[in-house]
Ligand binder design. Sequence first.
Ligand SMILES: [Zn+2]
Length: 437
Amino acid sequence: MKNCFMRVHRWISLGMCLAGLVFAGAMFAQTSTSPVVIKAGRLITGNGQAPLSDVLILVQGNRIAAVGSKIEIPAGARVIDLSGATVMPGLIDAHTHLLLQGDITADDYDAQLLKESPQYRTILATVNARTALMNGFTTLRDVETEGAFYSDVDLKRAINRGIIPGPHLIVATRALDVTGAYPLLGYAPNVPVPTGVQVCDGPEACRRAVREQIKYGADWIKVYADRSYYVLPDGTLSSIPTFTPAEMGAIVDEAHRERDKVAAHAMATPGEKTALDAGVDSIEHGDYLSEQTLAQMKRQGVFYCPTLFVGDYVARGRAQAGAPIWEKMIDIARQSFGRALNEGVTIVFGTDAGGFPWTENEAKEFSYMVKYGMTPMQAIQSATSIAAKALGIDETVGTVEPGKEADIIAVNGDPLSSISLMEKVSFVMKDGKIYKE
Ligand SMILES: [Zn+2]
């Protein structure tokens, strides 16, 4: 494409260049200016009502114009027959790492930061963004780049400009943790190594770090609230908290002052308490959630992003690498999920994709949610309308309703009777453009 802009001294060349750009765009998305009508055999609107049968969805431009059984099909409309499929809103994954390629062990993680440049990792991330979209995920909240600086902001820009295919992105940039708490760890003091987060110590330094991340494009702030997990004699999980209450308070105050929200990685009570007392907006992982913690979350309107599949995926490898606690944590997390479901805490679909390689379909999380107690409909809602509301984007996405952005997917068959069908998305439309058919 560089040659294009070296040849623009002649208008004819410019015309050819522009034609080339349009063609390049068409290769990954079928843009249609004429209306599209989707014939849905079964429609899950996402708002919790029972599925509708034989519904038409009219898409005009990037919006859903009408939904119903008696829609007049406009002249010249393209009709897409999904009468054998279940149609639903584009999926939302509220916990991903596009810049990571799986990190079962510390060695996996360290190799990515030590041997791959942020530029190379960003190239890989463009492939991951495409993979997520093709799996039916039209929106991601990507909760930190793991040492790849502000590459997520660049990814978001390239997707929004139509340069690469990918989901709508809400990005958290670098994340925050204190000195000595986040990899890379275990190297000699005289060997300088990168850190997977932005380190800050003390309330003022942490406030400044939040300002810097927002300056460079953070939509959310991500904090690591605890580390070093261990099982107490009563079988519950505990941890070492990272930030002091004063530091966490400064982070949340500054983020909220600038109208950003805060996601807290917190896996046990000590981290969850510091994060919740400071007023964070979501608890990530929450492997152990006591009744008191769940009550505080409910009182404060904090959502829970459980990431169940990844816990199972990394457990054996981490146990073999000398940390058997990860195997015990599977059952602890399962029980916490059940308690949260009983207590009515808002549960938002999140997978930690990138913690496992992107070659694994992140939609496997659905089966875990159902195995651990949700109905298939509850699991689908947690990845559509409930996620949209929790992330504050429900005016534009999360349901198939007139006025919403046309983010629509379909799976063959009925995922309400077989939830693993969510891993086989056959149709993807984002912003009215078809990416998979
Ligand atoms: Zn994560």
